[in-house]
Design a protein around this ligand. Structure first.
Ligand code: NAP
Length: 342
């Protein structure tokens, strides 16, 4: 049986919308139906590269369209809940950019999605790469029980005109932008049951007041701990992850955007996978476990969003909701610490 494609409308015409649009357009499971901007001319410019996609002024007009089954919300965080709740109320499935404003905000949205029988999924790319499920699947056999996880995620970035430097658009700054991935890695690989303690240090941009760097440690149940170090200030792209277990460790040096085809990178000669180390092994003994993906992780995300809609599998839908809620919960804990320290 061939299933019909999911008609997706994009809300917002910024940086990440430009990255996702070609993946939606080229997916065998989805189609780019429409794009909305607060400024019609911007939507018209955007759709010029996508034959068949309609330009619309304003999110409400896009949400009201009968030829839109689902929306991808690519706006700043400050606008996300308002747009998402209107889309869900109108019966549209939602793929929403990370981070959310807060756990409370996400709870309101997920309650609405469940009530309306709609899909709500956050737009974290790396969880859709087969590497993530392979790591999870082999983790216990390779390293025993996971005990600590360390992530370091930096991008050189200093454009003060960008939303990341505007706390009214992105209240959590680099924490919402970058530590989101650290916390998602905690959810995926450390998988704690409950959160117990936290300590965080942050650096703010003196001009904008935006958080541009943060370092911290979280303690969970069963002695599990996570350390993270994220920001825009290291002068280099760093995406390091280490999971230490009771009998070995697993590492990645591209855990957020794989060097091979994560957006911003295009290196067909750098295989995607993870490294396993145990005992007194030196670098020449490390085992690289390759986990190829059939296409880019953001392309795979579009396909899994479409599958979630088309398969009508409540348990699968709730698995994604639960991962988002946990990620946002840990992010909120980091943010509360930063706010408490001023
Ligand atoms: N998943 C990922 O890998 C990834 C990567 C990058 C960014 N992101 C997230 O995606 C979000 C957007 O980031 P970006 O880099 O794409 O930002 P951006 O380039 O500034 O784009 C945001 C777009 O949203 C619209 N917009 C701006 N202010 C708005 C408002 N107040 N109300 C409604 N719409 C508004 C604008 O489009 P119009 O002018 O056309 O309305 C703007 O172009 C951020 O929260 C960021 O963390 C995720």
């Amino acid at each position: 049986m061939t299933m019909t494609k999911v008609n997706i409308g994009i809300i917002g015409t910024g940086f990440i919308a430009e990255i996702l649009a070609p993946e939606i357009q080229s997916s065998s499971k989805a189609r780019l139906a429409a794009v909305s901007s607060r400024t019609l001319a911007k939507a018209e410019d955007f759709v010029a590269s996508y034959p068949g996609a309609v330009a619309v002024e304003g999110a409400d007009r896009l949400i009201a369209r009968d030829d839109v089954d689902a929306v991808y919300i690519a706006t700043p965080t400050s606008a996300k809940e308002d747009v998402a709740s209107r889309a869900l109320a109108a019966g549209k499935h939602v793929l929403i950019e990370k981070p959310l404003h807060s756990s409370e905000s996400f709870k309101r949205l997920s309650a609405l999605a469940l009530k309306k029988g709609l899909v709500l999924m956050d737009a974290t790319h790396f969880v859709h790469h087969p590497r993530t499920s392979a790591m999870r699947q082999h983790l216990a056999a390779l390293i025993g029980a996971p005990r600590s996880l360390h992530t370091m995620f930096y991008f050189p970035f200093s454009d003060r005109e960008n939303i990341r430097f505007d706390p009214s658009d992105e209240p959590m700054g680099a924490v919402g932008d970058m530590a989101w991935y650290s916390m998602r890695a905690v959810v995926e690989y450390l998988a704690p049951d409950s959160f117990e303690d936290i300590k965080v240090f942050a650096e703010r941009d003196p001009q904008s007041g935006a958080v541009i760097r943060a370092t911290g440690v979280l303690k969970f149940d069963a002695g599990k701990t996570a350390t993270f170090d994220v920001g825009y200030t290291a002068g280099a792209a760093v995406m390091d992850l280490t999971v230490a277990g009771t009998s070995g460790i697993l590492t990645q040096d591209d855990f957020v955007l794989d060097w091979k085809s994560g957006f911003g990178f295009d290196n067909p000669d750098i295989p995607t996978g993870f490294i396993h180390r145990s005992g007194m092994a030196t670098r020449k003994d490390f085992a690289f476990i390759e986990t190829p993906g059939e296409k880019s992780q953001h392309g795979l995300m579009v396909d899994s969003f479409a599958d979630l809609i088309r398969n009508d599998d409540d348990a699968a839908r709730e698995t994604w909701l639960s991962a988002t809620a946990k990620t946002q919960g840990f992010l909120d804990a980091i943010w509360r610490q930063i706010q408490a320290r001023g």
